[in-house]
Design a protein around this ligand. Structure first.
Ligand code: ZN
Length: 232
């Protein structure tokens, strides 16, 4: 785990964080604030059922003093049928054995990161930060490290630029992601002010959807480990 107490900016440059208002990207926002001399955020409306996550992202960014741009990417929601953008489709409560969960939005991270790179370039930023994780990736192919590395090369070739995509959570499980939020001093903010739940309930969520189960299991593991450390 990184230690942020003795802080010097490893990067005297700015970064753009792709912020969704969920646990992972919010943790990444505060990670970026410790690592980069200036930070911006970008957030997308793409027809997601729980569009209040955009308001949460805006509020968190505003309080953190981070300029945020919200863009309409509704086209992405129109392109495919999935349970995150089509309210007539019930969300899978378990990942099907032989298919991607129906909460997968095909191309989402490809589109978002490509748009983010253009936006970053406009603002003279070359560092991009995203909260994807291969460890708990729920079967989403566009959360894998190989995809991110490949896209990084593609973006550089596309714009003759030298982008660096940072994925601080790539190899962390949910318990370690909570630990990171705590080390950044934002455990309570991330716990109570972000939206990860597929049923749209802020904070600890509904408790039974796949996103809540993953998030809660990690939190319980982290809090138990912390309590036993405190006892010693
Ligand atoms: Zn839930």
């Amino acid at each position: 785990m990184e230690d942020f107490r003795d802080l010097t900016f490893p990067h005297h440059e700015g970064a753009l964080v792709v912020l969704s208002g969920g646990q992972d990207s919010t943790t990444c926002l505060f990670w970026a604030l410790k690592r980069f001399s200036h930070v911006r955020a970008i957030c997308f409306r793409y027809g997601q059922k729980h569009v209040e996550e955009v308001d949460l992202a805006e509020g968190i960014a505003r309080e953190a003093g981070v300029p945020i741009t919200v863009l309409d990417a509704g086209l992405i929601g129109q392109l495919s049928h999935n349970a995150l953008t089509d309210s007539s489709i019930a969300m899978d409560s378990e990942k099907p054995a032989d298919a991607l969960p129906n909460t997968f939005v095909p191309g989402r991270n490809l589109f978002f990161l490509s748009i983010a790179a253009v936006h970053a370039r406009e603002h003279g930023l070359r560092h991009l930060v995203t909260g994807v994780s291969q460890t708990d990736f729920s079967g989403y192919p566009d959360c894998r490290d190989a995809f991110i590395r490949s896209l990084n090369v593609t973006l550089n070739l596309a714009m003759d630029d030298q982008f660096v995509i940072h994925t601080p959570l790539m190899w962390l499980d949910k318990c370690q992601t909570w630990a990171l939020a705590d080390s950044l001093g934002v455990l309570d903010l991330v716990r109570h002010r972000t939206l990860t739940c597929y049923n749209g309930i802020v904070g600890d969520g509904c408790g039974h959807c796949p996103a809540c189960r993953l998030r809660r299991r990690g939190l319980e593991q982290y809090l138990a480990a912390k309590a036993s450390e405190d006892e010693q």
